[in-house]
Ligand binder design. Structure first.
Ligand SMILES: Cc1cc2nc3c(=O)[nH]c(=O)nc-3n(C[C@H](O)[C@H](O)[C@H](O)COP(=O)(O)OP(=O)(O)OC[C@H]3O[C@@H](n4cnc5c(N)ncnc54)[C@H](O)[C@@H]3O)c2cc1C
Length: 494
């Protein structure tokens, strides 16, 4: 067999490229290694693989043709938006075609009366809000990567952001998705009306990580820009109290527009980078935003301040201008790159827990820092209970990546133990596929596989991601064990 160093079968590659060349213009098909290498990873750069070929369709007809050809040839297809995903969802396969939606970036319609926008999948998240701004509207879900990530990727990952506590995740802000199955069949899920008949397949597609269909058009809700927004920044002398304060704010019946937390190692890294004005004496800070009419904001800020004072805040500041509010947020939004400056490598985790367990899980993370000898600043969407521990490591040091992965795995198991989940917004991808074996029972995983088969009988769309096989779980040795009964005793355990 004719193979190159990376393991690509040249004969197969030639066949696939020849077939795709019948469907795409020459400048929309890449297969030379110098062109395909740029697609070898997403934001989870510890995992890399060069795809056999990269297809860059410009319209739906080309997407359909590529999918049909790959289905006919039984070639895996991995969809890709901007490649900012953090769980390896867009990691290519050396035997597969990477289907980039980057050329499909038209805003097809903005309807200010219906408050919706219809866009192609490669449109950047922020570009939707920019297009809606002249009408006083915006698209609410705001991942920190919003300047780069695409709406197709957001739909696949059910992405969240700072303002999702009040305005909902992607799933709450998308009305309709149009796309193609691996067989090239057109599917339209949801509707522009508030409801659609039949099973809620739209909700199934959102967060399905490119395993069920390739999205080619998305209709999103737009919401009016609030008249005013102000941020309260509060300091705490220990992280547990700060975590408990988050639960107290929500228990008070307040739903802030954003409620974020950062511990001292994170604020220190951020402060050196963007000078956001954070209190560096505090063990943790909370950022709590209120938005609405001036009257609503004034009343909510007063209620928030009362809860913060009652829960032991050592200092408080309220933004007095739009410029100051943006400065407070600039620090939070720059937290990942800021941490990137203080360590050769960092690993951004994503788990979600019930808010009332925040303090306890933070203490657990601190124990893990000692156990694995690795530092871990914490930034998180605290109001959603969505943690982002950032484990610092040096990939050039033997064993550090391995220790990092073990550290991360223990934290994810802790999330499950306290009643949470192994992902909040970054998806499972390849990164957390083993932890899926802990989160779900084999019967549940079988249902997921049955759903996948209903859309993609040969498992060609994004294979090996998001849903582990039962064999994989057995190999990982972490199958969900309920009431002491080992599931599937017939499967070998290694
Ligand atoms: C600095 C930084 C900050 C981040 N902050 C956040 C945050 O605050 N909140 C958050 O939720 N995420 C965040 N992320 C993660 C990431 O930006 C999101 O997951 C985003 O939705 C990925 O979009 P993308 O276009 O880059 O998708 P990609 O990374 O290209 O792909 C992600 C997944 O979507 C699938 N996919 C992409 N396009 C399509 C399509 N058209 N049809 C079917 N499947 C498709 C891919 O196969 C893959 O499984 C952050 C990432 C970075 C690097």
């Amino acid at each position: 067999m004719n193979m190159r160093a990376g393991g690509v079968n040249f004969i197969r590659q030639a066949e696939v490229v020849a077939r795709l060349a019948r469907e795409l213009p020459a400048n929309s098909l890449l297969f030379q290694e110098e062109s395909t290498r740029g697609y070898e990873c997403d934001g989870l750069s510890a995992y890399r693989e060069i795809p056999m070929a990269v297809a860059l369709p410009s319209n739906e007809d080309e997407v359909r043709a590529v999918l049909r050809a790959c289905h006919e040839m039984k070639v895996p297809v991995i969809a890709r938006g901007a490649g900012t995903g953090l769980s390896g969802g867009a990691l290519p396969s050396k035997d597969g075609v990477l289907l980039s939606l980057a050329k499909m970036k038209k805003i097809l319609a903005v309807d200010p009366y219906a408050r919706i926008a219809r866009v192609q999948p490669g449109v950047r998240n922020l570009a939707i809000s920019e297009a809606a701004a002249p009408y006083g509207l915006y698209y609410a879900p705001d991942p920190s990567s919003q300047i780069a990530c695409t709406i197709g990727g957001n739909v696949a990952e059910n992405s969240g952001g700072v303002h999702c506590l009040k305005y909902g995740l992607t799933v709450h802000n998308v009305l309709r998705v149009r796309g193609f199955t691996i067989e090239g069949e057109l599917i339209e899920l949801g509707s522009e009306a508030p409801d659609a008949p039949g099973y809620d397949l739209l909700a199934l597609a959102i967060g399905s990580e490119g395993l069920l269909a390739v999205t080619t058009e998305v209709t999103v809700k737009l919401v009016p820009k609030p008249e005013v927004a102000r941020v309260v920044m509060a300091s705490y002398s220990d992280v547990r109290t700060a975590g408990d304060a988050v639960a107290s704010i929500i228990a008070e019946g307040i739903i802030p527009a954003g409620l974020e937390m950062m511990d001292k190692p994170a604020t220190r890294a951020v402060e050196e980078f963007v000078h956001a004005g954070y209190d560096l004496d505090a063990a943790a800070i909370l950022l709590c935003e209120s938005d609405g009419t001036p009257e609503e904001v004034e009343e909510e800020v007063a209620r928030v301040q009362a809860v913060l004072a009652r829960t032991g805040a050592t200092a408080m500041r309220v933004s007095t201008s739009e410029q100051e509010r943006l400065r407070f947020w600039a620090g939070r939004k720059a937290a990942f790159p800021a941490v990137g400056r203080i360590s050769p490598d960092y690993y951004c985790m994503d788990g979600t827990i019930p808010r009332k367990r925040l303090g306890e899980v933070l203490e657990f993370i601190s124990e893990m820092e000692a156990k694995y000898g690795l530092r871990c600043p914490n930034v998180f969407h605290a109001g959603d209970g969505n943690l982002h521990p950032l484990i610092l490591f040096d990939a050039n040091e033997p064993d550090q990546l391995h220790r990092t992965e073990q550290f991360a795995s223990e934290v994810l198991r802790k999330c499950i133990e306290v009643g949470g989940t192994i992902t909040g917004e970054h998806g499972v991808g390849i990164e957390k596929i083993n932890e899926m074996c802990v989160q779900f029972r084999p019967k549940e995983l079988e249902v997921f596989h049955a759903l996948k088969r209903a859309f993609d009988a040969f498992a060609l769309l994004n294979p090996g991601k998001a849903i582990p096989t039962l064999h994989r779980c057995a190999e990982f040795g972490a199958m969900h064990v309920h009431a002491g009964q080992l599931p599937h005793p017939e499967l070998p355990r290694f």
